[in-house]
Design a protein around this ligand. Sequence first.
Ligand code: SF4
Length: 343
Amino acid sequence: MTDRPPSQVGELLLSVRDLEVAFDTEAGVVHAVNKVSFDVRRGEVLGVVGESGSGKSVTMMSMLGLIPSPPARIVGGNALWKGRDLLYMSDRDIRRIRGKEIGIIFQDPLSSLNPTHRVGRQVAEGLRLHEGMSARAAGRAAIELLDLVGIPQPERRAHMYPHEFSGGMRQRAMIALAIACKPDLLIADEPTTALDVTVQAQVLEVLINIKNELNSAIVLITHDLGVVAGLADHVLVMYAGRVAEFGTADEVYYRTRHPYTEGLLASLPRVDQSSDAPLTPIAGAPPSLIAMPPGCAFHPRCPYALAPGACDRDVPTLVSAGGDHQAACHFSERVGTRAEVGA
Ligand code: SF4
């Protein structure tokens, strides 16, 4: 995506180019992230989508120093945050950015929140640390934040412990904690996976409202293309540590150019189907990163694969499919436009 023309959304906040992350394991070196590039601009939502093990979380968390090293190693690339490379920052600087300028919402708030501290105190902590607020002012601000994310009776709930919250309320508390210092970027890693559909929609609405209020940006990491439908401006689809497809949400959903994206879309429940209608999952399973298939990593599962041939011989590179839209497939022009797949 290096040649992509600048988007019109807003100020460039994060610019990642050719990021490569490897893990040293007993079985050998695992290349978890390979030459991944993308931009995040103020005001936009970037959806990062892929199955478990596709490298989507490792991509985001490694550049923020949240993956232990060893075993993880950044092997190459850049990750410029407002022009400064996160990959070459001191731990102290990156911690400061992580707490204040980039907020992170983790998948499992129960294990991310401290079980021994009251929720209000945990939300207030970042304000005291990064904003230099007094304990009293930070406590008041924490209650306002709990209110902002839709926690009823925030004054009472600020004095409760995480285990006394429901799953949806814990996720809201996690959001309050992440937005306390009004970050420019929120990274939400599977923020709604453990929630039922109604609470999921409410939590996503809170996230979008906050993004609009703070004029910030969101990176929404998810295995479910349905979650980012209607929310994301751009979508980055990852498979086996590489970018499979990138484009605006409309391009990725309605002018799909990668068989993997097409498979993900086909596995979504359709709005015009009854709830017990069978879904069409992608055949097979993602490859082991320690024993990657030759050529295109998706070829053992791909209905369009030409093997033996280019698909099991050559790793496809990202090629423009028009404008910002890019796909890494030797035969992307064969992929049917699945405009009928509900988003
Ligand atoms: Fe399928 Fe071949 Fe395209 Fe890979 S390169 S996604 S195997 S058609």
